[in-house]
Design a protein around this ligand. Structure first.
Ligand code: GAL
Length: 440
């Protein structure tokens, strides 16, 4: 109990340090419901954009090709603009988000930055009144008709629309190499019980059953386990604050998760998500659960053929549910070159931009009118599932929780990795959910 109290104090301090400067003018809830909101709207004009345009993201190195292709589309239309492709490497923005926060707080925003649709955008930057309302741009470009309504809800509030989506990624995918599974005499598991049954057999053959990398990839695995164990209804109810974290169903998630972790690689903390994927590709590991940027990596970077060289299934017990996230770009308040920023956002939301970017990225277009003939077998299957499955939001990629919660969740995860105590993790999550305004 004492340990838990210390942990809560520690978590409390860490979130205060992170959040206080952003929300110095009020708590998130006050700002969200307050009447004194100052909303700056984007100004549209006929100026020909020129000068510097800084685009900030974490799409560097292996993650870069899709963004570079999108920038090429932009350059062809706006040759007078000098694009500064500012990247801070590190999967899921672990490093980029911290740098961005410092820059935003220091009054040095880039013209546009990568941000996830949902709470990462709304519960972090919009709440802090750091974003420009893009409603006039959405109307001028006809985007309110072209992006799915449910996605628009995650980009907007009563006060405006705050970013332009460039894609839709799926989080709950299990990847494998069909030839290897055949060699080892196993099939991709459809339940966690199945996985726990075949895992010792794989281990006996010297194969790591499931590869993971640094902490955020463990969070990513956790959300898939949570979706599988809880089912889509309870998973969503958790984020609505309708099921407390201390509920036995949620404690059960942590119990199953602990068992799954027993079959992962010991060097996880030092591996990037690509290195965890590599373990599957080179036959060291049987499976990896990762978002479908892994398909982008395997196809675009490693030149593997989806469906032949690598295979995929929904992560165990999540068939019929598409855990989604969307990358988007927004316009911060106070940028130096708003004309170039608006031109960039136009490119992000355009059909040409989208159908250039997504086939390389391993994601499907956020637009409902995209040309599926440009997409490979994996992406066509993702598009079909997106159209027919139940949709829920990702935790690890900003849809269902704000950044304060996410940062604290990572701390809880680090503690769980050493304690493996499900009840303690559940209690700590309840505390951080309250602290970050997620339970009202
Ligand atoms: C996610 C992001 C993806 C991909 C991934 C790995 O958060 O939405 O586009 O970049 O991180 O870095």
């Amino acid at each position: 109990m004492k340990k838990l109290a210390q942990m809560v104090i520690l978590l409390g301090l860490s979130s205060l340090i992170l959040i206080f400067p952003l929300f110095a003018s009020g708590t998130p809830e006050q700002a969200a419901s307050g009447t004194q909101k100052t909303v700056e709207q984007v100004q549209l004009n006929n100026n020909i954009p020129s000068g510097d345009l800084e685009i900030f993201s974490w799409w560097a190195g292996d993650e870069g090709p899709a963004l570079e292709a999108l920038i090429k589309v932009f350059k062809a239309k706006y040759p007078k603009v000098n694009v500064i492709n500012a990247t801070v490497t590190g999967g899921s923005g672990v490093n980029a988000k911290a740098v961005l926060k410092t820059r935003m707080l220091g009054g040095d925003p880039p013209e546009s930055f990568q941000v996830h649709a949902g709470q990462e955008l709304i519960g972090t930057w919009v709440t802090a009144e750091r974003m420009v309302d893009l409603t006039p741009l959405f109307e001028a470009e006809g985007w309110t008709d072209v992006f799915p309504e449910d996605l628009l809800k995650l980009l907007g509030t009563d006060d405006g629309i705050w970013s332009v989506p460039v894609n839709i990624h799926r989080s709950n995918v299990m990847w494998y190499i069909p030839a290897n599974l055949k060699k080892w005499g196993v099939e991709a598991p459809t339940t966690w019980a199945d996985f726990l049954k075949i895992a010792p057999q794989l281990q006996a053959k010297g194969v790591i059953p499931l590869s993971v990398g640094q902490t955020w990839t463990v969070n990513h695995l956790w959300e898939s386990v949570a979706l599988g164990v809880l089912g889509p209804e309870d998973y969503s109810a958790l984020w609505e604050g309708e099921i407390p974290w201390t509920d036995n169903r949620v404690v059960d998630v942590w119990r199953t998760f602990a068992k799954v972790l027993d079959y992962t690689n010991k060097d996880a903390a030092s591996l990037s998500w690509q290195q965890a994927t590599d373990m599957v590709v080179n036959g060291k590991a049987a499976f990896n659960i990762m978002g479908d940027w892994a398909a982008g990596y395997m196809t675009t970077t490693l030149n593997l053929d989806p469906g032949k060289d690598y295979g995929w299934v929904p992560s165990p017990e999540t068939k019929g549910t598409f855990m989604f996230l969307a990358d988007s770009f927004g316009l911060p308040v106070g940028v130096e070159n708003p004309d170039a920023a608006v031109a960039w956002l136009k490119t992000c939301g355009s059909l040409e931009g989208s159908d250039t970017f997504n086939p390389l990225k391993g994601s499907i277009s956020a637009r409902t009118d995209s040309d599926l003939s440009l997409y490979n077998a994996y992406l066509r299957s993702a598009a079909s599932d997106f159209g027919s499955n139940r949709i829920v939001g990702s935790l690890a990629h900003g849809v269902v929780a704000n950044e304060g919660f996410m940062n604290d969740f990572s701390t809880v995860m680090e503690m769980f990795l050493s304690s493996r105590d499900p009840q303690q993790a559940a209690n700590a999550c309840q505390a951080i959910a309250i602290q970050n305004g997620m339970i009202r």
